[in-house]
Design a protein around this ligand. Structure first.
Ligand SMILES: CC(C)(COP(=O)(O)OP(=O)(O)OC[C@H]1O[C@@H](n2cnc3c(N)ncnc32)[C@H](O)[C@@H]1OP(=O)(O)O)[C@@H](O)C(=O)NCCC(=O)NCCS
Length: 153
């Protein structure tokens, strides 16, 4: 407890990339080579989105200033629907907490901050894809499963 959450700056780019790749390594250890190879284009993508204000990073630190975890909101373009005049939807991604600081509320604090940010910026929802580890955390904050379907090609 007592973690402080601040916005990521451009200088935090490598931290956000490291956390995203660490997330993938934990979710899909069998894709080690592919994940490592994705570093360059992941970095380029996050950098461009941060620069254009299309990605908002949240970084949690301990009272002593050590990075505990992070998560990002990507303002994803959306097809217009009757109630989305902004044509974008906040997509919560890259949730990662460093191993020795897990189960202490770091991720929950980040999710709450991301939701608060989205509400304050007049969005009417937040969406995400949950891993099995993340599901409980998101449900606790009020997320519900949707009817999205997928056909793997
Ligand atoms: C998932 C992850 C972000 C959770 O981070 P965390 O800081 O430990 O989470 P919190 O301490 O805020 O936990 C919030 C709630 O989720 C629960 N939770 C956390 N990790 C869990 C796990 N592995 N399995 C089941 N429940 C879990 C906690 O018990 C807590 O519930 P409570 O409030 O009822 O006690 C972290 O385990 C992680 O980085 N995992 C690897 C990457 C990943 O899976 N990212 C999510 C992709 S959707």
């Amino acid at each position: 407890l007592g973690f402080k959450v601040t916005y990521a700056k451009l200088s935090d780019l490598d931290l956000l990339v490291d956390h995203r790749l660490s997330m993938w390594h934990e979710l899909h250890p069998e894709l080690r080579t592919e994940i490592d190879r994705s570093r360059a284009y992941t970095r380029k993508w996050i950098s461009a989105k941060l620069e254009h204000g299309e990605l908002v990073g949240f970084i949690a630190r301990t009272p002593g200033g050590r990075v505990a975890g992070s998560g990002c909101i990507w303002l994803r373009e959306e097809v217009p629907r009757p109630n989305n005049p902004l044509h974008v939807v906040p997509y919560l991604m890259s949730m990662y907490t460093v191993k020795d600081l897990r189960m202490q509320g770091v991720a929950k604090e980040i999710v709450k901050r991301a939701v608060k940010w989205s509400r304050a910026h007049h969005h009417d929802r937040v969406v995400l894809h949950a891993s099995d580890h993340g599901r409980h955390l998101y449900e606790e904050v009020g997320f519900k499963p949707t009817h999205e379907m997928r056909l793997i090609l």
